[in-house]
Design a protein. Structure first.
Length: 105
């Protein structure tokens, strides 16, 4: 007859599961800490971008006041929070300044 293989007892099986669960908890806590840190960094970068956008809007408005919105490169206008695109006809558009008073922000 062949060798008889003893299956693990319930105590052994539970101990193994507990070990795996504890490791999973540790791994999850580490990931949650990483995510918290990344969220904090993202929040800070969003605040910085918001300030850059405010400064950019002041600059682009000064430029538009000098040359007019039609002579301002469309790419430049796409970075402004104070500019909107209005479709005029198929394939044609108009850039519109929304008229916010940027100097006061």
């Amino acid at each position: 007859m062949g060798d008889v293989i003893d299956f693990p007892t319930q105590d052994v099986k539970l101990a193994q599961l507990e070990t795996e669960i504890k490791k999973a908890v540790t791994d999850l806590e580490f990931k949650y800490t990483e995510l918290d840190t990344l969220h904090d960094i993202l929040n800070e970068r969003e605040k910085e971008a918001n300030e850059f956008e405010k400064d950019y809007d002041v600059l682009i408005k000064q430029y538009i006041d000098e040359v007019g919105i039609k002579d301002t490169p469309a790419l430049w206008l796409t970075y402004s929070r104070s500019c909107a695109v209005k479709a005029i006809a198929d394939g044609e558009y108009e850039m519109i300044w929304l008229g916010t008073d940027l100097e006061d922000e």
